[in-house]
Design a protein. Structure first.
Length: 457
């Protein structure tokens, strides 16, 4: 069915028809297209553009189309151009020629962007729900490991002792910001374009605010041309997905290494690993590797949208048909990733003994030793040099840093030398960082609780 063929003497070229069609992917917008169409025909009835009885017949007919599309998979198999054409043709099978009135004063330019906004809004809500499950799993694991000492890393090298809870809170707060970005984006998505026509608005006395209220939109678009031509809301959504996917990829990377034999800090749930077709001993973290890999995919979707929009003149252009697959792909990757990460995190087992053993490396106490010297009156830069020299001496002589410090500081800093047992205790090292945001167990528990609380906004 072609909604535009009135002045054509023949159909389009067969190859172009397939090239031009979007129903293969925009059929995902069927529920949203039906919802928007129902709101529109009711608005037509209210303003007197069509009889109220006709509006009611169209409304019921749209329900019938949607119900059949849910119950009969083959019902959606139709050689039509797009989801809008599908709805009108199927509606015609139910109500006859009256179906054409559902398009009175309405353009596909406004239909497609309305349906897409509805779909993105619903997807944001689903994504935020999944994201909250990931944060909740991280917080639960973090609370369980709030006092479990492990190495903290900079430049992929062991740096200072932290706790597993501190590590979990770091990732949790990044995901909280992702939730906030999605929440903010939702406000700009939630604007109704319906009533914009092709670009100039509508001559019908439509109650746009009533349509917005019916569809759950918070506002109506203030300019018809802008409403149909821009897709910045889609870019913003995909950008938020890309940032989320980046954070999930970093978390996946950490768990890949922490679960490996080199660290053994955690054990991944078997249900989220796969084996090797050759090596019987393997349990590969494929779930995490795929989450990590999909970050590149979503980045590509974002670049695709930006490149699509950058050269378009004012008004709707058919180029904009290319927006949907990028949006759908980014959403699918993000929704799948949050579901997988929630399962992995909830099911992983911590290995506190392995973490504590790795945190006992004496060189990770070097910074704390320099601070202790500075607090006794030695300028910190000099203290840094003194401890650096002790580290070099211990490495060169194959001795422990603690023994080297005991000997080297006995005369110059006897007060610090007397406290070396405490200064080289990783549990004491983390407890000393008690400021908000620090590694002390109470500070970690407060940070984790704060992450959960921040999600309630």
């Amino acid at each position: 069915m072609k909604l535009w063929g009135g002045n054509y003497s023949a159909g389009p070229d067969a190859a172009f028809w397939e090239f031009n069609r979007s129903f293969s992917f925009d059929r995902r917008l069927l529920a949203e297209e039906i919802a928007a169409s129902k709101a529109f025909v009711r608005a037509l009835g209210r303003c007197g553009a069509i009889p109220v009885a006709d509006a009611e017949t169209l409304d019921r007919g749209l329900d019938t189309v949607f119900e059949r599309s849910l119950k009969e998979p083959d019902y959606r198999d139709l050689d039509v151009e797009d989801v809008h054409s599908f709805v009108e043709e199927r509606l015609g099978e139910v109500v006859g020629d009256l179906a054409g009135q559902a398009h009175l004063g309405r353009s596909r330019n406004e239909q497609t962007v309305t349906a897409l906004r509805l779909w993105v809004r619903g997807t944001i809500d689903r994504l935020r729900g999944g994201l909250r499950a990931v944060v909740a799993a991280l917080v639960e694991q973090g609370q369980a490991g709030a006092d479990t000492v492990m190495p903290g890393f900079t430049h992929t090298r062991a740096a200072e002792p932290v706790t597993f809870g501190h590590f979990a809170a770091a990732h949790a707060w990044a995901l909280v910001r992702d939730d906030q970005r999605l929440r903010d984006a939702r406000g700009r998505v939630n604007v109704l374009p319906l009533g914009s026509g092709a670009l100039a608005g509508s001559a019908l006395d439509l109650d746009r605010k009533a349509m917005a209220h019916e569809l759950g939109f918070e506002a109506v678009s203030p300019n018809a041309l802008d409403a149909v031509m821009d897709r910045d809301f889609a870019v913003e959504f995909v950008s938020a997905c890309a940032m989320l996917q980046t954070h999930l990829a970093r978390l996946a990377e950490d768990f890949i290494h922490f679960a490996g034999p080199e660290h053994g800090f955690v054990e991944l749930p078997e249900a989220f690993t796969t084996g090797s077709s050759l090596m019987p001993q393997k349990k590969n973290p494929d779930s995490l590797e795929l989450v990590r890999g999909k970050a590149a995919r979503v980045d590509g979707d974002l670049v695709r949208l930006l490149a699509l929009l950058k050269g378009l003149p004012a008004g709707y252009q058919k180029d904009l048909q290319e927006d949907k697959e990028a949006v759908f792909d980014a959403a699918d990757a993000a929704l799948g990733s949050v579901a997988i990460m929630a399962g992995v995190i909830a099911g992983l087992s911590q290995r506190p003994d392995a973490m504590r053993a790795a945190a006992a490396g004496e060189e990770m106490m070097a910074a704390g030793l320099a601070v202790a010297l500075a607090r006794e009156g030695m300028p910190f830069r000099k203290a840094h040099g003194v401890v650096g020299a002790l580290v070099a001496e211990a490495r060169k002589g194959g001795r422990s840093l603690r023994d080297t410090a005991a000997k080297g500081l006995k005369e110059t800093s006897p007060a610090v030398a007397a406290r070396l047992d405490q200064l080289f205790d990783p549990d004491e090292a983390v407890r000393a960082k008690s400021l908000p945001g620090g590694t002390a167990p109470d500070a970690v528990r407060a940070s984790l609780a704060g992450a959960l609380e921040a999600l309630q906004g």
